[in-house]
Design a protein around this ligand. Structure first.
Ligand SMILES: [Zn+2]
Length: 228
């Protein structure tokens, strides 16, 4: 059995002041990470390594990705985070037909863990959340992958705790990255910067379309590989 490992560059969610509201992007841009994985799958396929290419592509669809709170969470944090996890999972469930995200039950292994922190360590602008993910692949007689992701959320903004809606919007954004979306500057939809007091809980059409098209093309590539 051989293995390879690919990292998603840590993605940081920055906070925007409302003064940036005139600065609108288009939304729905596929991330560099998603493109890199597609390229990797193409290279593996070109080299005749069909099983490895399939493992990479299947990891992009994520199968069933269990989202949960880390075990060391304080009980009060756990309740707040679990509610926001359920709501952000619903957002994507309502937007795409094949959303991979499910809430982890107590006994499940967690693929995507969520935790509150006091602050996000970054050299860049103010960060409200951070996603780190990596995917391991194995291939040989069989093939498969393991997704491991961590979402860190700074619990405070402007000296107060995040509201439940703000937290839900932040998690929806981070799950959007895992679905292949990039950050953008749009203050509509879910992939733009975080605006305190103005949580955004619904992806816009361009974001939904990008995710749908991306997942459809990954599925098509998998079908092609299965026939090859
Ligand atoms: Zn982001």
């Amino acid at each position: 059995m051989r293995t390879i490992s690919l990292w998603l560059t840590a993605a940081v969610l920055v906070t925007a002041g409302l003064t940036t509201s005139s600065f609108a992007g288009y939304g729905g841009v596929l991330s560099g990470d998603a493109r890199a994985h597609l390229e990797k799958a193409g290279e593996l396929r070109a080299k005749g390594n069909r099983a490895a290419a399939m493992a990479v592509l299947e990891s992009l669809l994520m199968g069933t990705a269990r989202v949960g709170v880390t075990e060391d969470a304080r009980p009060a944090d756990r309740d707040v985070l679990e509610e926001a996890i359920l709501r952000s999972i619903s957002v994507w469930d309502n937007s795409i037909d094949d959303s991979p995200f499910v809430a982890a039950s107590k006994t499940d292994r967690v693929d995507i863990s969520v935790r509150f922190v006091d602050e996000i360590d970054t050299d860049g602008p103010d960060a409200q959340a951070e996603l780190e993910a990596h995917r391991d692949f194995y291939y040989g007689k069989t093939h498969g992958f393991r997704l491991t992701a961590q979402i860190l959320v700074a619990r405070r903004i402007d000296g107060r705790l995040l509201t439940r809606d703000e937290l839900t919007g932040i998690l929806t954004h981070e799950l959007g990255h895992l679905l292949g979306l990039d950050d953008d500057s749009a203050l509509e939809g879910v992939m733009g910067p975080f605006v305190p007091g103005h949580p955004r809980l619904e992806p816009i059409r361009s974001e939904v379309n990008t995710v749908r098209q991306y997942r459809t093309s990954v599925r098509q590539s998998l079908r092609d590989l299965a026939k090859a």
